[in-house]
Design a protein around this ligand. Structure first.
Ligand code: EZ4
Ligand code: CO
Length: 403
């Protein structure tokens, strides 16, 4: 079998998605997600101008060699734009291989290690009362794990909080990023109170997660982790910006709250020390931004050795194709932890028909071949690209901070 064509599509059913499609002389095609929130067109150019033509004539089953060809072959390695582009191609090739062999991708990754995939979704009220209501509604739907965020008294707009009556969407339309004001002291006073009320109302059985979204220093994160210990979080996510892997040693010395990191990582070299020094408990690298299933299965294997479990990033700013890839990996590896599941709007679900489904707190896959997803190309003309960016954060005195 030979690759005959490879194309990239951008559509915006409420938010931008970048999709790679690889065609073969056998008629079977594969789909990959190349969406990088706020930097979509840079990935499109990387694919279109530099990678896709190199695929023509290749055997699509050679996933390892094609991955190495693009990773080592560029000379310039790593980085989110490069790795999202390589990741989409790799994902599309695994999808294609599964379809050609008439088997789900998980069968190519080791088969089923479990029959259902534990997932969590987000509760994000503007204040504690609204957050409690939202958690109650999710528990009603059967969720056994919820990521709990709430507005902080004295701060206007913060990460993770939806506008009234709307579902949360981090990227905002416009030609430059919006700016938010952040105050760590206020936040650190608020979160333990929030978690006390959550445990009070929902008891010990609910798995509770929380995302600090890179905003703390190691010693601040240590304080938060310690103060949250009585509430037994499933994980505390991105307590600090993680370029400095050693920073986690300090957090780890002080708290037994489990730590999850990795949604902005692109390669094993972003997290090898976090894993081998046992500084984290969950690895959140996602399949698209981490360069595809080829490197993700290696990361999962290294993590397994060091008791680290997988918790792939599954926000709605990756398309259903990426979520499907995370689920195939998640069902196959032994060291699966949990899958983030924000879901997508109705339009995105129509444009990307998929076989995975949510039921009472778990996600399920069928035995549909490949990744079990498809893509409606007419969305490109009906819902064209819309410029949108993630916000940025400033401290109250104007200092640029971590969003
Ligand atoms: O801010 O996906 O855990 N989830 C997150 C997300 C990220 C967005 C960035 O595009 O932190 O909401
Ligand atoms: Co996060």
């Amino acid at each position: 079998m030979k690759i005959t064509d490879a194309r990239v599509f951008v559509c915006s059913p409420g938010r931008n998605f970048v999709t790679v499609k690889i065609y073969t002389d056998a008629g079977v095609y594969g789909l990959g997600d190349a969406t990088l929130n706020g930097r979509e067109l840079a990935v499109v150019s990387y694919l279109q101008d530099h990678l896709l033509a190199c695929l023509i004539g290749r055997d699509p089953f050679d996933t390892e060699d094609i991955w190495q060809y693009f990773y080592k072959g560029a000379y310039w390695r790593r980085g989110p734009v490069t790795m999202a582009a390589i990741g989409a191609i790799d994902m599309a090739l695994w999808d294609l291989k599964g379809k050609a062999l008439n088997t789900p991708v998980y069968n190519l990754l080791g088969g089923k290690s479990r029959h259902q995939i534990l997932c969590y979704t987000h509760a994000n009220g503007r204040d504690v009362a609204e957050t409690l209501e939202k958690v109650a509604a999710l528990v009603e739907k059967g969720y056994q794990a919820v990521r709990v965020q709430s507005g902080v008294p004295g701060l206007e707009n913060i990460y993770g909080i939806a506008e009234k009556g709307r579902s949360y969407e981090p990227a905002l339309r416009g030609n430059r990023p919006a700016e938010e004001v952040w105050d760590t002291a206020k936040y650190l006073r608020h979160v333990p109170k929030l978690m006390a009320q959550i445990r009070d109302q929902f008891g010990e059985d609910l798995h509770v997660l929380h995302d600090s979204h890179h905003r703390l220093t190691p010693i601040e994160a240590a304080r938060l982790g310690k103060e949250l210990e009585p509430f037994h979080l499933f994980w505390l996510e991105d307590p600090v910006a993680a370029e400095l892997q050693e920073g986690f040693q300090l957090i780890r010395q002080h708290t037994t709250t489990p730590l999850a990191v990795g949604e902005v990582f692109n390669t094993i070299f972003d997290c090898h020390q976090l894993i081998t020094h046992q500084l984290i408990d969950y690895l959140r690298v996602t399949v698209s931004h981490g360069g595809g299933l080829t490197p993700l299965k290696k990361m999962a294997a290294l993590a397994e050795v060091y008791h680290v479990k997988m918790g792939c990033h599954g926000a709605s700013d990756m398309s259903p194709i990426c979520l499907a890839a995370c689920l195939h990996l998640g069902i196959a590896v032994n060291n699966f932890g949990i899958q983030e599941y924000m879901g997508h709007n109705d339009l995105a679900n129509e444009i990307f028909p998929h076989e995975y489904r949510f039921e009472r707190g778990f996600l399920y896959l069928t035995d549909a071949p490949g990744l079990g997803i498809d893509f409606d190309e007419s969305s490109v003309s009906s819902y064209p690209y819309q410029q949108a960016y993630l916000p940025l954060s400033r401290l109250t005195d104007g200092t640029l901070s971590n969003w």
